[in-house]
Design a protein around this ligand. Structure first.
Ligand code: SAM
Ligand code: SF4
Length: 470
């Protein structure tokens, strides 16, 4: 039983965080923390602060190097791929940074019908996607029953060799009862981003009287989700509203809080950077520079070694390529933010500001992203096995141990990549991908896993058998 008083507590201690950020760190301390992290132990807030306060160029390099190594050791060279599907942009809130906010009269409002959702899902399946995140504004129309229905429609929509096997959600915070309704539809991760953990900034960008102005209701959104039995949740902060260092320590505080109270840390953390949006004119004082952004991703990787890090198409192709090296484990690809954009947007290079939530940095189609990942030495993965085999939450944490990747994640990444290559890839992507699969097979030391995988790959190439997972 969760003590209900927990929901009235503010576990983000501004004074503590600001105090930690004011202490310069010594090189020896930084190296000790790096060593702890390389032993794959999660860091405390004070230890994370030591990394944040390391400003000498050589120490920053050591942090980036350590993150690069840890990423390879914990996640291997897989990058999990997904796409967002915007369901509706009606919104009762007035977030200063968002193109969907209610006072933005330029926004073109739309909610997809169930038939329109089916059309979007089919278009995404046609490109090869297996994992989606459904995104909603906050509105009475998008209640728990509606969200659950959109999830069911997404799962039920299939084309030959195409299906969505995991549906994640990014929507407004719900009550425990409402989370239970959404859970029954079989969702993967439920994401709620706190945006900024800094209370004065939070109150400035979320005007009083709006639902989102309630800081604590949002801060405990994912705790309530866990109480409702959703053990797979995603944290996030919108970087550019306040000092990135404060937000970073707060994200780690939040992750530790969930671990302490509910026994499970977050499955993922997202760290979107603020992008230009329709009618948005924000103070640029806190915009996170590229150099700061790299540090923040690397430090997050070291602080929470078993939490997936998500980076979206808000970032440019170049930035995504770089950040994948030292921390990121999931990216979206072929993304369209416009409602109905997977079937209706004619010119893929054009973006219409008034129909979208913000502007994208990477507009490449999925096949191009997959090919680039392969050329850069990554294994693009469409794997959804853990969630479907019940390996989530606490159980997943147990699996997230050495050996698990070699026995399950890499083989599953390769079998889902093989499906993609056979069913959806361009001839050149297929050629490069088949080479990578052969190289990866040659590297496998576990003979029994290798043999099973070879059997799966053969069946995928020569028959209609699909969804063969470890
Ligand atoms: N309406 C729900 C909410 O606010 O939680 C969920 C959907 S909202 C469309 C998803 C996320 O987009 C927000 O949590 C915010 O972090 C991000 N976002 C909003 N405006 C943005 C902007 N201008 N640039 C980058 N990300 C933005
Ligand atoms: Fe609405 Fe979410 Fe945009 Fe805020 S961030 S205006 S709640 S869609």
């Amino acid at each position: 039983m969760i003590d209900q008083n927990i929901y009235d507590t503010d576990f983000i201690d501004d004074q503590l965080i600001e105090g930690l950020l004011a202490q310069p760190s010594e090189p020896a301390q930084v190296r000790d923390v790096i060593a702890k992290s390389m032993a794959k132990q999660p860091l405390s807030i004070a230890e994370t602060a030591i990394l944040v306060n390391a400003t000498q160029p050589e120490l920053i390099e050591e942090i980036l190097d350590a993150a690069r190594t840890l990423k390879r050791e914990v996640y291997g060279n897989r990058i999990v791929l997904f796409a967002p599907l915007y369901i509706g942009n009606l919104c009762i809130n007035d977030c200063a940074y968002c193109g969907f906010r209610r006072s933005n009269k330029e926004a073109i409002r739309r909610t997809l019908s169930m038939d329109e959702i089916r059309d979007q899902v089919k278009a995404l399946e046609q490109t090869g996607h297996k994992r989606l995140i459904l995104v909603y504004g906050e509105h009475a129309r998008y209640d728990a029953k509606f969200i659950a229905e959109t999830v069911r429609v997404t799962y039920d929509t299939k084309i030959p060799k195409g299906e969505i096997r995991r549906v994640n959600i990014n929507a407004a915070p719900l009550s425990v009862e409402d989370y239970k309704i959404v859970k029954q539809a079989g969702i993967g991760t439920y994401q709620v981003f706190q945006e900024t953990y800094h209370k004065p900034t939070y109150q400035t960008v979320h005007p009083a009287g709006t639902r989102k102005a309630d800081y604590l209701w949002r801060l405990h959104a994912l705790g309530r989700a866990m109480e409702a039995g959703i053990d797979d949740v995603g944290l996030g902060g919108l970087f550019g509203l306040y000092d990135w260092r404060f937000e970073l320590l707060s994200l780690v505080t939040h992750a530790l809080h969930l671990q302490a109270v509910y026994g499970v840390g977050p499955h993922t953390i997202s760290f979107p950077r603020l992008k230009p949006a329709s009618g948005v004119n924000l103070d640029e004082q806190w915009l996170t520079s590229d150099a700061e952004f790299k540090r923040l991703v690397a430090i997050l990787r070291l602080a929470v070694p078993y939490t997936g890090l998500i980076m979206t198409c808000r970032e440019s192709a170049e930035m995504r390529k770089e950040l994948m090296e030292f921390g990121v484990s999931q990216i979206d690809a072929g993304t369209r933010l416009e409602l109905g954009g997977y079937t209706e947007q004619q010119d893929i290079d054009s973006q219409e500001k008034h129909k979208e939530q913000f502007m994208l940095g990477d507009m490449r189609p999925l096949d191009e992203v997959v090919q680039q990942l392969l050329r850069d030495g990554h294994i693009p993965s469409f794997c959804t096995a853990c969630y479907r085999k019940g390996r989530t939450g606490e159980v997943f944490m147990e699996y997230a141990i050495p050996g698990f990747i070699e026995k399950m994640c890499t083989p599953n990444a390769l079998s889902t990549l093989q499906e993609y290559l056979c069913d959806f890839a361009s001839p050149e992507t297929r050629r490069v991908g088949e080479q990578i699969i052969e190289q990866q097979l040659a590297l496998m030391s576990n003979e029994s896993v290798k043999q099973t995988l070879q059997g799966y790959l053969q069946r995928i190439r020569s028959s209609d058998d699909r969804d063969l997972a470890f």
